[in-house]
Design a protein around this ligand. Sequence first.
Ligand SMILES: Cc1ncc(COP(=O)(O)O)c(C=O)c1O
Ligand SMILES: N[C@@H](CCOP(=O)(O)O)C(=O)O
Length: 466
Amino acid sequence: MRYLSTRGAAPVLDFRGATLAGLASDGGLYIPEAWPTLGAEAIADLAGLSYAETATRVMLPFIGDALSEDELRALCEQAYGRFSHAAVTPLVQLDHDQWLLELFHGPTLAFKDVALQLLGLLFERFLTGTDKRLTIVGATSGDTGSAAIDAVAGREGIDIFMLHPAGRVSDVQRRQMTTVLSPNVHNIAIDGDFDQAQALVKTMFATPALADRFALSAVNSINWARLMAQVVYYFYAAVRLGAPGRAVAFSVPTGNFGDVFAGYVASRMGLPVAQLVVATNVNDILHRALSAGDYSKGVVAQTATPSMDIQVSSNFERLLFDLGGRDGSALAAQMAGFEASGAMRLTNAQREGAAPLFASARVDADDMALAMRWACEHAGQVIDPHTAIALSAARALDLAADVPVVTLATAHPAKFRDAVERATGMRPPLPARIGDLFEREERYVTLPATLAAVGDYVAQHAHPSA
Ligand SMILES: Cc1ncc(COP(=O)(O)O)c(C=O)c1O
Ligand SMILES: N[C@@H](CCOP(=O)(O)O)C(=O)O
């Protein structure tokens, strides 16, 4: 399998190359040259398989000769062996057509673990036997940071620099990152919002003083391997609900458009997906883009769903590329226009391509709280605020009666105890895994959101690659 940049000007890479590179050198994102497909028989054969075996079969076509099937299987077994639920991503029924897909049983209690536990192992595997050292630079609005740090803390040959917006993540989220004291982990709180953190990360890749000296890589969903691993749970859930014989809809709390793009990939691979609902909070750029073609930035509003307080959604670029005829130079021009003005219109091809599969919804704080209460009162489920955004959108859908609707439950409610308590009156206890989180020592630095400050810090603390 070969990987192309969405902006058309970076070298074409294999899976190993795309994983280690993270971001393409022309500023674009790597995407497979063509979508592999699983026929109805191959999808039916996934029924009853373990999560690790499902993952092996769904991801194998993307790997090329970077790993053998047995090597991939061994990595999946190791990655998913750290989840606290035997099903890894269990389904919970809420009422006759509404389901939750619980993606938070990994070590840091959010869906990011599903991909990052594997990505940490892939990095280790691809570095073994080389004298290459990776310098990971990442941006987080709360959950990617802790999952990535857990996945690479203490690993040989890797330094990680994780930027989070100061004061804009929950206390649990911050402490899950800043209490990991391994020498290869560097937490940076920036004086700014997530969009600024993400822009700084992308700028570092384009800064020769950093990119020529260090082997930079990414753990955000700009790294293709992240998305590939997230495709698996769409298959896993849909097969349990009757695929390939029955189509399933998914409602996805959305910020950087990684999780829902993985659902799009599953559909391109042949999974019968009835609808993908892009559920946003009041930072609704994606809702405006999908419903009216208007992709224009506003100011990031702080909400009770901090992980979705994002205006510039990295992975939307992959969708625009795929729907817009896969024309790298046209997309590069479209993105350059957006970067210069903060706004762009989707083309007709992009809008018409998205319309049959995607629906979108903007969910405000009141409807989020209502969904949390409904889940509690109606189904005995305490859900986190991000999940509630998607559940609210899912319940408003008007689909054929026999189509199950799966809401992706992206985080454990204990990560957002204050918001859960405000909405439901219940304060979720910290799970045993992080029971002593508030007694642990924290370590991080606070820096201005400038390339000069953050780039210097990285240059001083990272180890150059051989
Ligand atoms: C709990 C939670 N829900 C939803 C999202 C949004 O997912 P995505 O950025 O893949 O759209 C995030 C952040 O990524 C998150 O941490
Ligand atoms: N919500 C995310 C933001 C980064 O998203 P990613 O999926 O691109 O890593 C977070 O929790 O950090």
